[in-house]
Design a protein around this ligand. Structure first.
Ligand SMILES: C[S@@+](CC[C@H](N)C(=O)[O-])C[C@H]1O[C@@H](n2cnc3c(N)ncnc32)[C@H](O)[C@@H]1O
Length: 236
């Protein structure tokens, strides 16, 4: 099952209940299998959709709040009304060619990129900022450390990413596990220990504070439960 479609379905469910005007021009279709999975998870964890929203809103918040330019979105998944607008992302990438094709049809400049691959990252010519949301916490320590090293070697000047905190419930982590994804929960001190020399952590902001700067609905998003931090790394 495509994790990005689960994420997008969760975002739609939350927007329909909390900000229906934002879904008006979003033509997004979902299979019965994925909708069924979303419904089952929502029965167990009614607020789970808010957790997906609090991740999906990070890229556009980061771009507008930190005035980021020359941005490459990594592992972007299906775009939603909360995503960066096409002109705000120099590249919109994903490892999955189906995502690349579908998001390309929405007007984004897409590339198929494995965020862990130095060769792939080097194809993003001109990109200075990497936005890797919902990605690092699915990598074990060795893979996360190598990805940070690759981003440095590929020439990026800054990286924005998030990582789920230790307070994420075993139930939520278990649901990802059922889909084949191991969730690595980490706190800022754990992230610091993973950084190769060459990167400095400029910011580690709890999600609610960070999302208060969202240009579409910062007030509403700042009231979501805090399950992750947003990090800004800068090249030394
Ligand atoms: C759950 S979606 C997250 C979408 C969005 N970034 C968010 O946080 O709302 C995860 C996406 O990451 C992509 N992905 C997984 N591993 C990847 C990798 N190594 N490199 C690039 N993309 C990857 C998947 O194909 C999927 O579209």
């Amino acid at each position: 099952m495509r994790s990005d479609l689960i994420a997008a379905g969760m975002v739609r469910s939350w927007l329909e209940a909390n900000a229906p005007h934002m879904t008006e021009s979003w033509s997004f279709e979902i299979t019965e299998e994925i909708q069924g999975f979303i419904n089952r998870v929502k029965m167990l964890l009614p607020d789970v959709d808010a957790q997906f929203v609090s991740q999906a809103a990070v890229p556009r918040t980061a771009i507008t709040h930190w005035n980021l330019t020359d941005v490459a979105v990594l592992g972007g998944g299906m775009a939603s009304p909360l995503s960066p607008h096409p002109h705000e992302a120099l590249y919109y990438t994903d490892i999955n060619p189906a995502v690349v094709e579908e998001v390309g049809e929405l007007g984004y400049n897409t590339r198929q990129v494995d965020a862990r691959s130095l060769d792939d990252l080097k194809t993003l010519v001109g990109a200075k900022t990497a936005l890797a949301i919902g990605l690092i916490h699915f990598l074990d320590d060795a893979a996360a450390r190598q990805t940070f090293a690759n981003l440095l070697d590929a020439g990026f000047e800054r990286v924005v990413f998030n990582n789920m905190n230790n307070n994420v419930s075993d139930e939520l982590a278990g649901n990802w596990h059922k889909l084949g994804f191991v969730l690595y929960r980490r706190e800022p001190e754990d992230i610091r220990a993973l950084l190769p020399s060459g990167w400095t952590m400029q910011e580690a902001v709890i999600a609610s504070e960070f999302l208060s700067h969202n240009p579409d609905m910062g007030d509403k998003l700042s009231r979501l439960i805090d399950l992750h931090h947003v990090y800004l790394l800068e090249r030394d």
